[in-house]
Design a protein around this ligand. Structure first.
Ligand code: G3D
Ligand code: MG
Length: 172
């Protein structure tokens, strides 16, 4: 196959759920990022091969979070996939996930491939979120769910690779 696929992936979720840590953990090597001051966004790049298909990813991450109540349409525009993150140690971040997902659907396409990550699984004794509440949102959305830890690396690679596979499956 000639050329490469180029995908834009966005990562959403409340402040301090671990979005930046997950992206940097996935990229591993010395990462390069571009900062877009007008959007308050860091863009990370990674080349990878998934099922023998070479893919170029740009991963868009909200830099800081202040003022993000006013959502920038340009952050979402042209996205091919989405990662919605909550923090397993804070119920509120799961409660807010639905409104993040609605924004994604509103500003991208309703059928955009998306996965849900429950992050900080390493903080075992602090885990607050009930599995029944996780099941509820995964049933409602139909999105795949991964428990991750940006600290130990648990499921980080798997999550990103799965999302790329979902995107590829949709366009092939
Ligand atoms: P954000 O980009 O969603 O705002 P960050 O979140 O990636 O900046 O992470 C917020 C804080 O949570 C950071 O701590 C980071 O180290 C921590 N964190 C992120 N992921 C994990 C995880 O999986 N496990 C644990 N134990 N901590 C995590 P600091 O102290 O630097 O603010
Ligand atoms: Mg961040």
């Amino acid at each position: 196959m000639e050329g490469r696929f180029v995908f834009k992936i966005i990562i959403v979720g409340d402040a301090a759920v671990g979005k930046t840590s997950l992206v940097r953990g996935f990229i591993k090597e010395r990462f390069r990022s571009d900062y877009l001051p007008t959007l308050g966004v860091d863009i990370y790049y990674k080349q990878l091969t998934v099922n023998s298909t070479p893919v170029d990813l740009s991963i868009w991450d909200i830099a800081g979070q202040k003022g993000w109540e006013i959502m920038h349409k340009n952050y979402f525009k042209g996205s091919d996939g989405c990662i919605a993150v909550f923090d397993l140690t804070r119920n509120k971040t799961l409660a807010n996930l639905n409104s993040w997902i609605l924004k994604v659907k509103e500003y991208t396409k309703p059928d955009i491939p998306c996965i849900i990550l429950g992050n900080k699984s390493d903080l075992k004794i602090a885990i607050e979120v009930k599995s029944s509440n996780i099941e509820k949102i995964t049933k409602e959305t139909g999105y795949l769910y991964f428990e991750t830890s940006a600290k130990t690396g648990l499921n980080v690679e798997e999550a990103f690779t799965t999302l790329v596979n979902l995107i590829l499956a949709k366009i092939k």
